[in-house]
Design a protein around this ligand. Structure first.
Ligand code: NAD
Length: 300
């Protein structure tokens, strides 16, 4: 737990961002724009290079250099296992009392254990996963689900506000990750339902654009019908910027949580299996909207 007397972390405080992928780069850019002294790091040199091109800042060439002197360290990495490995590697180099802001989508129970272990070593830890995709990461309007103790969240709130528009305090450590996984379960199930409806409609001879317009004016409307179907599927652009392997991971996380808690989720189990199979067939780095190609057997 952090020092309750500590002040909110305002610019130009030094903040490290670990993970400069589709989300990490624009999120780091928002922090820099807000005036934070941002030090980005990614294990992939190509991502460090893209960060430098997009922000005009040099990325750190090691994890150690990135976290050196940072008051807060944002992690935005593929999953909780990678986060745990990165946190273990950076711990000896963290400044006393530094706060880790874990913004990846990770397993809630593992996050709780990791955060508690870091608290015993004197570091702050909150989970603050995001929703809204690359577009909202770019314009700093992400939804952020923040779990952790109130004093630590008060300290990092200005940082979160630089990246997000809606900051929800979801409860204790790990609760942000629980909410995020449940959100993506609902989102992933909604996308599959909408894609199946379009396939049936097309087979019946309906104009898919018309069908999407009607859904969006009716009770079938969901986030996928509004911002994914025409934009990424009917256009065949398939470039939303969210990998299918990450979506499958999130839906499986929600299912694991249900199983750990003994809550029956018959649709959740089938949905997790479907997304896992689609990610295996198309490859983890396919865009998540390409699940349409899996569902329609267009996987050549
Ligand atoms: P991404 O794969 O584009 O980026 C992850 C980055 O982490 C990569 O650049 C990779 O090189 C880097 N990385 C991997 N291992 C590392 C290590 N040991 N040290 C340093 N860097 C390492 O993924 P993304 O789309 O940016 O997603 C990041 C997280 O945000 C995921 O947990 C994802 O589920 C979540 N998320 C993504 C979106 C989206 O629309 N893309 C939306 C909400 C949440």
């Amino acid at each position: 737990m952090s020092d309750p007397a500590a002040r909110p972390l305002t610019p130009p405080a030094k903040v490290a961002v670990i993970g400069l992928g589709n989300m990490g780069r624009p999120m780091a850019a928002c922090l820099a724009k807000a005036g934070y002294d941002v030090r980005g790091y990614d294990s992939a040199p190509a991502m460090r290079e893209r960060f430098a091109q997009e922000t005009g800042r040099t990325a750190a060439d090691s994890l150690e250099a990135a976290v050196d002197g940072a008051k807060a360290v944002v992690t935005i990495l593929p999953n909780g296992k990678v986060v745990a490995a990165v946190v273990a590697a950076m711990t000896p180099h963290l400044s006393p009392g530094a706060i880790i802001v874990e913004m990846s989508s990770s397993e809630p129970m593992a996050t709780r254990r990791l955060g508690e272990a870091m608290a015993e070593k004197g570091f702050g830890f909150v989970d603050a996963p995001v929703s809204g995709g690359v577009r909202r990461a770019i314009d700093g309007s992400l939804a952020i689900m923040a779990g952790g103790d109130a004093a630590t969240l008060d300290i990092v709130e200005p940082l979160l506000k630089a990246m997000g528009r809606a900051i929800f305090r979801t409860g204790a450590l790990g609760s942000g990750h629980a909410v995020k996984a449940l959100n993506n379960y609902v989102s992933g199930a909604g996308l599959v339902a909408a894609l199946e409806a379009v396939s049936v409609g097309k087979a019946f001879g309906l104009d898919p654009d018309m069908l999407v317009d009607v859904l969006n004016a009716s009770t079938g409307k969901n986030n996928s019908t509004e911002v994914k179907l025409k934009q990424f599927v009917l256009s065949e652009a398939y470039n939303s910027g969210f990998f299918i392997g990450l979506m499958a991971k999130d839906i499986r996380t929600a299912q694991h949580l249900a199983e750990e808690l003994g809550v029956a989720t018959p649709l959740g189990g089938r949905c997790a299996d479907l997304w896992d199979e689609a990610a295996r067939t198309l490859g983890d780095l396919a865009d998540h909207t390409e699940i349409n190609r899996f569902l329609t057997q267009d996987t050549a």
